[in-house]
Design a protein around this ligand. Structure first.
Ligand code: NAD
Ligand code: MG
Length: 396
């Protein structure tokens, strides 16, 4: 890397955003924070702007953006404040930006992430939902615009590290037989099925190994996170659904594996800390210090593996079926999941309603080819309306 890299962080106030700032701060000679963004946490974004002095800050809501602008003006800051999706797109595609960390949660990340791809940036992809929604279009846009896509999801980052460089020619061409996508199994890995209905949002958000935002924490508890990651892996690595196998690995030390035709299995290991994949994405192909504690295998002592139980975790089955069905099925799955998880976190429906709502949406909505982004956004909106109707029926 010849020059200091300008980095935009979409979703800087979230769990991934904060970890990204932590890694960047360790390498001021290599990276400069160019833009930061937040949804609603104005004070937090204000603090981040003071600490990192970016060229731009984006607050989703225009009134909150105006508040931040006034505060910064009084302090004599020269950070410019933008708002809305337009603001996010501007800082993602800006000509002076080298790298974009896509760390907004959910479908809200789709347009800004795609804008970074279309501007040919190095895109550090944490926002798996954008790829799940638009897989084929997204990957075509990466190729057409010469973007560099680096997976930040720990599993996909691990798979990337275990893949040969030429994997884009096709898995068969490079001797890859299967991807082994590992997952901790979440906080309810051993919970009996008859207790799932009583699960509270606090229990669902208390992940045994990872500290994450609330939506992805619930996704881990239902194992929809692994379902979304299954779809993500198929698109990122050009894998057929039967080439991706989910393996439950409770210690979260192996972050995923790649199996080759000669019997070799390569695994990437490390402590469960997102600063490792973030540093890998930022620095690739160089290695950067990330602040992550070295792995102590003697202390870990044991690595366990098991098959996932789709009877207790139907979301995993629903995600696989959506990927196989193709067209807009993953859009429906993702939108219904976001609505169901929000309703669960708001105390409106039981934990067990989440897969029922998703299944309801997949049954009621018809599939169309995911031809363009407009179609995808329309299907997303329609799926959310149907999900609301389903959750209304369930909670009555
Ligand atoms: P989080 O909830 O902690 O943070 C989300 C960020 O997105 C915040 O900065 C928030 O301000 C912003 N945001 C939310 N809604 C927005 C909207 N409508 N418009 C603009 N900005 C909005 O979430 P997180 O745990 O950091 O996860 C972020 C993404 O990374 C998710 O897609 C998640 O699946 C993925 N991911 C997270 C982890 C993890 O360990 N946290 C691991 C792998 C992948
Ligand atoms: Mg993951």
């Amino acid at each position: 890397m010849k020059e200091v890299q300008n980095v935009t962080i979409l979703g800087s106030t979230g769990s991934i955003g904060v970890s990204t700032l932590d890694v960047i701060q360790r390498h001021p000679e290599r990276y400069r924070v160019f833009a930061l963004s937040a949804n609603s946490r104005l004070d937090e974004l204000h603090r981040q702007v003071r600490a990192h002095r970016p060229r731009y800050a984006v607050m989703r809501d225009p009134d909150q953006a105006e508040q931040l602008r006034n505060r910064l003006r009084q302090e004599g800051s020269d950070t410019e404040v933008l708002s809305g999706v337009e603001g996010l797109i501007d800082v993602a595609a800006h000509s002076q930006v080298h790298q974009v960390m896509a760390a907004i949660v959910g479908a809200a990340g789709l347009l800004p992430t795609l804008a970074a791809v279309e501007a040919g940036k190095r895109v550090l992809l944490a926002n798996k939902e954008s790829l799940v929604m638009s897989g084929e279009l997204f990957m075509a846009a990466v190729r057409a615009n010469g973007a560099e896509l680096l997976p930040i999801d720990s599993e996909h980052n691990a798979i990337f590290q275990c893949m040969p460089p030429a994997f884009e020619q096709g898995l068969a061409a490079v001797g890859v037989q299967r991807i082994l996508l590992t997952g901790s199994g979440g906080p309810f890995r051993c919970l009996p099925l008859d207790q799932f209905a009583q699960v509270t949002p606090e229990q669902a958000c208390a992940h045994p190994n990872w500290s994450m935002g609330r939506k992805i924490s619930v996704d881990s508890a239902t194992m929809m996170n692994k379902g979304l990651e299954f779809i993500e892996a198929c698109w990122l690595f050009g894998a057929l659904s039967e080439q991706v196998e989910v393996v439950v690995h409770p210690q979260s030390v192996i972050h995923s594996m790649v199996q080759y035709v000669d019997g070799t299995v390569l695994a990437q290991m490390g402590n469960p800390d997102m600063r490792t994949p973030i540093a890998h994405g930022l620095g690739w192909p160089r290695r950067l210090a990330s602040g992550v504690k070295p792995l102590d295998l003697v202390q870990v002592a044991q690595l366990d593996f098991a098959a996932p139980d789709t009877n207790r975790f139907p979301c995993l089955r629903l995600a696989r079926e959506a990927m196989v069905a193709g067209q807009t099925a993953p859009v429906l799955l993702n939108a219904a999941n976001e609505e169901a998880v929000a309703a669960f976190l708001a105390g409106q429906v039981a934990f067990t309603a989440i897969p029922r709502i998703i299944e309801g949406v997949l049954e009621r909505c018809s599939l169309v080819p995911a031809r363009d982004i407009d179609t995808i956004l329309k299907v997303d909106a329609e799926a959310r309306r149907v999900a609301q109707a389903c959750l209304h029926d369930i909670s009555r």
